[in-house]
Design a protein around this ligand. Structure first.
Ligand code: FPP
Length: 235
């Protein structure tokens, strides 16, 4: 049997928490809570399997359009998870980083984010990149601004920029995404990591995120193994 290829960088659009909850007669918040448990399991499982970076879409810049009740619930949930509940992730030597804009996140959310970033900054087993208040077009615009600033301050020359060096201006300087997963039967990218997914393989599943367990993750890896990645080359 051929050895399983493990993607270096996996990205997940964690969709379907709300439907998971309402189909059980529960409030949407119950779906987010269950989703956060699934995320912890997947982070541990994927890194154990040899994935080096797991990027997850926790909250988009557009999610601020949701009801105040839902936004507040999610922010409180993030704080609880970052401050108290990510013990296993820390113990497993996983580094947690964040991608996204700071404004208009609450101070207590930013401080919980800082705390877990600091606590895990020297961890070496793998990276969990949490995209929070994240937008992909916003990321490219923010990167272009930082780049322009470096040109104006004569820190770099216009000619020195190419697609690899531009990567350093993104929120995190991570390798390209190899496998992008979206749960819950939606076939959209929703402004998630457009720069990084240029050559990613896509995996869509009807499973709602809270139910996207380790076995479902393994199915996505199997599917990745059946793809013929040519990166623009001829067959
Ligand atoms: C999309 O499902 C999901 C979100 C907007 C929130 C994702 C957040 C988590 C999984 C919790 C993550 C926890 C940490 C600690 C980072 P939806 O609400 O749009 O579902 P629906 O489409 O069924 O309504």
């Amino acid at each position: 049997m051929q050895e399983l290829k493990i993607p270096n960088h996996v990205a997940i659009i964690m969709d379907g928490n709300g439907r998971w909850a309402t189909s059980r007669g529960k409030k949407r918040s119950a779906g987010h809570l269950e989703g956060s448990k699934t995320l912890e399991k997947l982070a541990l499982h994927s890194i154990k399997k040899g994935v080096k970076v797991l990027s997850v879409y926790a909250f988009s810049t557009d999610n601020f359009k949701r009801s105040k009740e839902e936004v507040d619930y999610l922010m409180d949930l993030f704080i609880i998870q970052f401050k108290n509940k990510m013990k296993k992730i820390i113990k497993e030597n996983i580094k947690v980083v964040f991608s996204g804009r700071q404004h208009p996140l609450r101070e207590d959310v930013l401080s919980a984010m800082n705390e877990i970033t600091e606590k895990t900054k020297n961890n070496t087993n793998g990276i969990l990149n949490i995209c929070l208040n994240y937008g992909g077009q916003e990321e490219i615009v923010d990167a272009a601004k930082k780049f322009a600033e470096d040109i104006v301050n004569k820190k770099i020359s216009m000619d020195s920029i190419d697609k690899q060096s531009f990567n350093k201006y993104l929120y995190q300087n991570l390798p390209p995404v190899d496998l992008l997963i979206r749960t819950s039967g939606e076939y959209r990218i929703s402004n998630f990591m457009p720069y990084q997914i240029s050559y990613a393989e896509f995996y869509f599943t009807n499973v709602l995120f809270p139910d996207f367990n380790e076995d479902e993750f393994d199915k996505a890896i199997e599917s990745f193994n059946n793809r013929d990645r040519r990166f623009g080359n001829a067959k």
